[in-house]
Ligand binder design. Structure first.
Ligand SMILES: Nc1nc2c(ncn2[C@@H]2O[C@H](COP(=O)(O)OP(=O)(O)O)[C@@H](O)[C@H]2O)c(=O)[nH]1
Ligand SMILES: [Mg+2]
Length: 262
């Protein structure tokens, strides 16, 4: 799967890495960025799902990437169609008016397809797909973003890696989880670190620990195990992970520079 991403990177001029604005650090792939740099490609970061994060936080991340790492970034909300013009203009300026091919890469659920759809929307110059100039493949198509800019309409999906928390934040498929409860508890603990209120707001229940939140969600929704009649926390766990991936839970983390006390 990683091989597919690398192939796409090699055939592109600009690599646009799509991050979740709630967890920019955890949704970045240094591996993919290193591969891109080694192949002489330009990189742009997108902080997507920007609607879930305060504006000052988005700006702080953008400044952090620029000042600490000299990487360009833009923030946007693909599903609200906010920031698509700035994204298009930024890609144009990075490619300096030259002809170029863009690939959107990122972990699952970061919003790559939503961004591609937003760019293909009514504001885009043209929506028809173009066959490749070299090595024509049926499944791989380019669409036009601007006068001289094209993008692959197939995004580069980075397989979720890392520890249990990272895998969930990086979009691991809920339906393939053997036990959804443990990762859900880890995810809830992570969110509580930054905003317990966001969970109370989404699920309309108060709770004193992550396990209790799962139980209360199950009870509220009438989910019980048939055998024991206990609250079905497996279903609640899947629901919360799915809601997280679908961008229904708002909270933010800050760039490392803002956590230092210098
Ligand atoms: N709140 C919010 N949700 C988003 C945004 N972009 C995508 N999503 C949601 O995140 C989920 C994954 O999006 P998708 O485009 O399929 O991600 P992909 O796997 O990277 O292609 C979907 O449920 C989208 O509706 C966004 O800007 N804001
Ligand atoms: Mg997709």
């Amino acid at each position: 799967m990683l091989g597919e991403v690398i192939k796409l990177i090699k055939r592109s001029d600009l690599i646009v890495e799509v991050l979740d604005a709630r967890e920019p650090s955890l949704t970045r792939s240094k591996k993919i960025e290193d591969i891109s740099i080694k192949n002489g490609k330009k990189i742009l970061l997108i902080l997507n799902k920007g609607d879930l994060v305060p504006l000052w936080v988005l700006k702080a991340w953008k400044d952090y990437f620029k000042e600490e790492e000299n990487i360009e970034s833009v923030y946007m909300s693909a599903t609200s169609h906010l920031g698509t013009k700035l994204l298009r203009d930024t890609m144009k300026s990075i490619l300096k008016g030259d002809k170029g091919i863009v690939v959107f890469v990122g972990y699952p659920k970061s919003g790559k397809s939503s961004i591609i759809n937003a760019l293909k929307g009514k504001h885009s110059a043209q929506t028809s797909a173009h066959p490749l100039e070299y090595g024509y493949t049926k499944s791989l198509q380019l669409f036009k973003i601007d006068k001289k800019i094209y993008a692959w309409d197939t995004p580069g999906v980075i397989p979720p890696d890392g520890d249990e928390l990272e895998k969930i934040i990086r979009g691991s498929n809920v339906d393939l989880l053997e036990d959804p409860v443990k990762p859900a508890l880890i995810l809830i603990n992570r969110i509580i670190e930054f905003s317990k209120e966001s969970l109370i707001h989404v699920y309309k229940v108060d709770f004193s620990n992550p396990y209790e939140l799962l139980e209360k969600i199950a009870i509220k929704r009438g989910w019980f195990y048939k055998s024991t009649k206990e609250p079905n926390i497996d279903m609640a766990a899947k629901a919360i992970i799915r809601d997280y991936h679908e961008g229904k839970i708002a909270y933010y983390t800050l760039p490392p520079s803002l956590y230092r006390d210098d």
